[in-house]
Design a protein around this ligand. Structure first.
Ligand SMILES: Cc1cc2nc3c(=O)[nH]c(=O)nc-3n(C[C@H](O)[C@H](O)[C@H](O)COP(=O)(O)OP(=O)(O)OC[C@H]3O[C@@H](n4cnc5c(N)ncnc54)[C@H](O)[C@@H]3O)c2cc1C
Length: 409
């Protein structure tokens, strides 16, 4: 089925607001099912991926398979992928250290580190021609009736209307779709920023990721291609502004100081730092994942602290579950926006989202707590975990996304 035009009116089966990683993945899958799809993205598609700062994603096994099924993985590999074969966790002043190896989880790698821009470029390149991409364009209004959703959009040519049987909000943490549908959200601002940049260490990384739990939050180094690390440094707002203003030499010195001796032994200091960017950390979960003729996916449905690298992995499982519900509706000749279809999707996503957000926020709370009993338990836990293979294996499988394989693409 193709998107029908009538002056400034478009008619389609599925309209997706947001052409980020979650929205683009759904657009590709739904179009291949034979649905007519329109995707509305606020940024210009040609320049969007290359304009993204050097942000990276640690992909779980489920997400890796999802990208293979979309047919974009080889393109992503050509652009640069680094496997994580070992994770080293430490805390300054805590004698316990944890080292987890891919062999313990019986996998070749615990995850794969990829630049967001490379995944998005590969998806846009492979986007079926049938997908009507409106970009740069902004969602303005929406009105739901019995048969579909009328969406008001503004693009460079002015205002236009779109009528779809189902509208999907893939429009990120501040989702306008969520707000226009009256879906509430709960959560909090962590009052922390993540400073991201790539840095080149003096000692080769050998595919090892390092995570150091500091009082302000985690400092993570993920192995990247070309011998670099991708850095995510959690900072309080004022400190974030100070560190952003430093020149490269002072920045690398501040990073070495923050990493402390435990980490320095593995990294050996830095010889180069790439451009820096700041991202606010927030926890926000939608109270419902659906409303009449509307579904939310990705960060529009859930945003969490990136400490365990689970946000996009969870978002791609939304895409997989929504696609499965749409496929069974298409095969059964049913309306894709019918309540029964949306109910199937919402039920599947509830448990996975609750368990991943609890794990992620819990991990952050445990490692950031400054109370003495928590600190003591944390020290004992880290020292003990190195000697408890079953607990380590459980943690490893969760972090690598192997625990949720059933829900993956
Ligand atoms: C520092 C950091 C590190 C992270 N590391 C990891 C990791 O290792 N592993 C992992 O799985 N996750 C990680 N995450 C989380 C991950 O990046 C996000 O979960 C993921 O990128 C969200 O994708 P999305 O498509 O749902 O939303 P977004 O990427 O926010 O995309 C939303 C899109 O909607 C568009 N849009 C918004 N409003 C409108 C509108 N009104 N009209 C039209 N378009 C609109 C925007 O332009 C945007 O393109 C990390 C996050 C951060 C901040």
């Amino acid at each position: 089925m193709s998107v029908k035009h009538n002056n400034n009116q478009l008619k389609c089966d599925l309209a997706i607001v947001g052409g980020g990683l979650a929205g683009a993945a759904l657009a590709m899958t739904a179009s291949r099912m034979g649905l007519s799809v329109a995707m509305i993205e606020a940024h210009g598609i040609d320049t969007f991926p290359s304009s993204l700062p050097e942000r990276v994603i640690a992909l779980s096994h489920g997400s890796h398979r999802h990208l293979e099924q979309l047919g974009v993985w080889q393109d992503v590999v050509r652009a640069g992928v680094a496997p994580i074969r070992k994770v080293h966790v430490c805390e300054p002043g805590n004698r316990g250290e944890v080292g987890m190896h891919h062999g313990e989880a019986d996998v070749e790698a615990l995850g794969y580190v990829v630049q967001n821009a490379h995944i998005l470029s590969a998806m846009y390149k492979a986007m079926p021609e049938d997908v009507q991409v409106l970009a740069p364009a902004q969602l303005r209004t929406l009105a739901v009736d019995v048969d579909g959703v009328r969406v008001g959009v503004r693009d460079v040519d002015g205002e236009r209307n779109l009528y779809a049987r189902l509208l999907v909000g893939a429009d990120g943490t501040m989702s306008l779709v969520r707000r226009l549908c009256g879906i509430g959200s709960r959560g909090w601002d962590h009052n922390r920023f993540g400073l991201v940049a790539s840095v080149t260490p003096k000692i080769a990384h050998h595919d090892v990721a390092h995570e150091c739990f500091r009082p302000d939050g985690p400092l993570a180094f993920l192995p990247l291609d070309a011998g670099r690390y991708s850095l995510v440094w959690t900072l309080a707002p004022r400190e974030a502004s100070r560190i952003m203003a430093l020149d490269d030499a002072c920045f690398m010195q501040a990073l070495e100081d923050a990493a402390g001796q435990g980490m320095q032994a593995h990294l050996g200091g830095f010889v180069e730092a790439g451009p820096r960017a700041l991202f606010p950390f927030e926890y926000r979960v939608a109270e419902h994942f659906t409303a009449p003729r509307v579904a939310l996916i990705g960060n529009a449905a859930h945003t969490m602290h990136p400490v365990a690298g689970q946000g996009l992995n969870l978002g791609l499982r939304d895409v997989a579950d929504l696609s499965a519900a749409l496929r069974s509706a298409v095969q059964g000749g049913r309306d894709i926006g019918a309540p029964v279809v949306l109910e199937e999707y919402a039920q599947k996503r509830c448990v996975d989202t609750a368990s991943v957000t609890a794990f992620t926020e819990g991990l952050n709370a445990i490692f950031c707590a400054d109370l003495l009993p928590v600190k003591l338990a944390r020290g004992l836990g880290m020292a003990g975990m190195d000697r408890l293979p079953a607990l380590r294996k459980w943690l490893l499988k969760r972090a690598a996304g192997l625990a949720q394989q059933g829900g993956a693409a």
